[in-house]
Design a protein around this ligand. Structure first.
Ligand code: SAM
Length: 232
């Protein structure tokens, strides 16, 4: 009988966000696939878990795919974790998940921490329907994506590095209009968490006035809501 592949979300800052189920799965599996074994070792030590870790990251995920799936097929239970949040969400995981499912391996995805959900809720923008785009391409395809975002009707969520936040806010202003509502969530679940709401122009001005540190999620009002507000 084949083993199980568990997709296990880990905290995005606050270590208390690990779930009891995640801890039990990490304790029970044969080994853990981790994006950065040093980062994950810190978490496992904190949880008092001693378990073999193997590297699984964007530079070896193609190479070790078959090996991992054959271990699953031979009955090993394996957990996949990333440095933070949910594997597969702007992190490695999709390739293994797809291949495991294609080969009939049972996959169990645990619910848990991910940055885009609290950012979406903290934005105060409509969240009954939304789109997630992750990181925009840095060069090729960026302009096409920005044009596409201009016609996005739903609230949408982007991941961005602090070093490129101002550039992104300015580009969004250019393509969507500087008055479009948005929100920037920084350092979610951490000591210096900040959720700043305003227009794209206001946010660009605010973040230009100080050094930007930490991890960032940008949430932007969709075209449809912006139009409805303009009509009102
Ligand atoms: N797998 C993760 C998830 O489920 O959200 C995302 C990993 S991706 C490599 C890292 C990006 O996620 C960061 O650049 C930032 O955009 C976002 N992120 C992760 N942790 C965050 C936090 N504590 N606060 C704000 N954004 C965060």
């Amino acid at each position: 009988m084949s083993g199980q592949l568990y997709i296990v979300p880990t905290p995005i800052g606050n270590l208390e966000d690990i779930t009891l189920r995640a801890i039990n799965v990490l304790k029970s599996v044969d080994f853990i696939l981790a994006e950065d074994t040093r980062t994950s070792l810190f978490l496992l030590k904190h949880l008092g878990i001693e378990k073999q870790l193997k590297s699984y990251h964007q530079h070896n995920e193609h190479k070790i795919l078959e090996e991992i799936v054959s271990m699953l097929n031979s009955g090993k239970n394996i957990a996949l974790i990333s440095d933070a949040g949910t594997p597969g969400i702007s992190d490695p995981g999709f390739l293994l998940l797809r291949e495991a499912l294609a080969q009939g391996v049972s996959v169990v995805s645990l619910p848990g921490p991910t940055a885009f959900v609290p950012a979406l809720l903290n934005s105060g923008l409509p969240c009954n329907e939304f789109s997630f785009y992750g990181f925009l391409p840095q060069k090729k395809g960026r302009q096409t994506k920005l044009k596409h975002l201009a016609s996005e009707e739903k609230t949408f969520v982007l991941y961005e590095s602090p070093f490129r936040l101002i550039k992104l806010l300015n580009e969004l202003s250019e393509h969507l209009g500087s008055g479009r509502k948005a929100s920037v969530s920084r350092e979610l679940t951490k000591l210096f968490e900040e959720n700043k709401r305003g227009t794209l122009q206001e946010l660009a001005a605010y973040f230009s006035s100080k050094p930007i540190k930490g991890e960032i999620v940008v949430v932007v009002q969709g075209n449809k809501n912006a139009e409805t507000e303009a009509d009102d």
